[in-house]
Design a protein around this ligand. Structure first.
Ligand code: GDD
Ligand code: MG
Length: 359
């Protein structure tokens, strides 16, 4: 019988800079998607796929991952802390040393992706092929912001270029950031300095002829590294476009326990967080309103994230914006186009208007 993959490392140590101010208080893997932390989706998927032991590679805000450690319905979850971040490969080597070491290969997942890929199918295909590394590959319209991967007709990886600067880069697939990795290759990653999987390990393995196998994924996949992709993935999860064992029943919106939103138009996969309150006459479309937030009457919110405990006054417009935790946006503000209100910031009533709309 082919070797079976039963162990995994999840990388959760990044600072989530592109998601600030949300990640100032909550590390990216614990931000909610469809009302459920990204990490909870990933752990539930790992368990459903028969993974028996997971190690979280922690660095930034490691202490808040404590709630996820221990027993997950028979799957063991430990963590390994890096006092100084070791890079994506250094983190895998460091964390893998805390696994029992069952089987030839282990699963490695970035803690900021959401995918409906069949993990067991992925791991078994890796074992059956006898590859050194298998990589989940995705076709996306804007490959250059990811790791770009070219494969030959048999699916064998020919080249890996992380975020190519070359304007004309023509690769078709990007790295979905889910790998099955032979354990001896992980153990060979240098331990005395930060090492990047994407910029160092993959190019080096390819240069010496290692077998990197592309596993094309046509299932749902999203990188959650930017507010617009996080809010989209959350909406997709509520709408049932993305499914995981903890994604819940599909619908236009989801009210978390204690949320109040009577007389409010909720649509497009919106989530209203625990104990949040949205006043009558507001509308919230394809957005995340986090726990304990308050939204005033007549306010219209679309494609936006309202942070924990934040307060939005009456008759505001929020379109494609992020409001940080505990910020206070006064009545009649019009916030658009990628604007980010920092956590704890206070905007007076009518402080921000959109020029084209002034009359
Ligand atoms: N423990 C630990 N230590 N974790 C880390 C470290 C570290 O030093 N550096 C990054 N991470 C974690 C982050 O928390 C995140 O979950 C993951 O590793 C990837 O880091 P990002 O900074 O989010 O990388 P990226 O999104 O720019 O690019 C990566 O993901 C893309 C797909 O989403 C690359 O793997 C690309 O090739 C890939 O296409
Ligand atoms: Mg990322």
């Amino acid at each position: 019988m082919a070797d079976r993959v039963t162990e995994a490392v999840i990388l959760v140590g990044g600072a989530g800079t592109r998601l600030r101010p949300l990640t100032l208080s909550t590390p990216k893997p614990l931000l909610p998607v469809g009302g459920v932390p990204i990490l909870a989706h990933q752990l539930a998927q790992a368990r459903a796929a028969g993974i028996e032991h997971v190690v979280l590679a922690t660095a930034y805000r490691a202490e808040v991952f404590g709630a996820y450690l221990g027993d997950w319905d028979g799957m063991r979850v430990d963590h390994r802390f890096e006092p100084e971040p070791l890079g994506t490969a250094g983190a895998v080597r460091h964390a893998a040393a805390a696994l029992p070491g069952d089987g030839e290969s282990l699963l490695v997942v970035n803690g900021d992706i959401l995918t409906a890929l069949d993990l067991r199918g992925f791991a078994d295909a890796h074992s059956a092929a006898g590859a050194d590394v298998s990589l989940q590959l995705i076709e996306v319209p804007d490959p250059k912001q990811f790791g770009c991967v070219s494969v030959d007709d048999t699916g064998r990886v020919q080249a890996f270029v992380e975020k190519p600067a070359d304007e004309d880069y023509g690769g078709k697939y990007v790295n979905g950031a889910m790998y099955a990795f032979r354990r001896d290759l992980v153990a060979a990653i240098p331990g005395d300095r930060p090492v990047s999987t994407e910029r160092e390990v993959f190019p080096r393995l390819l240069a010496r002829g290692a077998h990197l196998r592309g596993h094309v994924c046509t299932e749902y996949w999203s990188d959650l590294g930017r507010p617009e992709s996080l809010v989209r993935a959350s909406a997709d999860t509520v709408l049932g476009v993305m499914r995981s064992p903890v994604s819940g029943v599909a619908g236009q919106f989801r009210l978390m326990p204690g949320a109040v939103a009577a007389g409010v138009r909720l649509s497009g996969g919106t989530v209203i967080g625990e104990d949040a309150r949205v006043e009558p006459g507001a509308s919230v479309e394809a957005s995340i309103v986090r726990a304990g937030a308050h939204v005033g009457s007549g306010t219209q919110i679309r494609d936006s994230i309202v942070g924990v405990g934040a307060s939005i006054g009456a008759n505001c417009v929020l379109d494609g914006v992020v409001v940080g935790d505990n910020a206070s946006v006064g009545a009649g503000n019009e916030l658009r186009q990628g604007l980010r209100v920092w956590q704890d910031a206070v905007l007076a009533d009518g402080a921000v208007r959109f020029a084209e709309r002034l009359d």
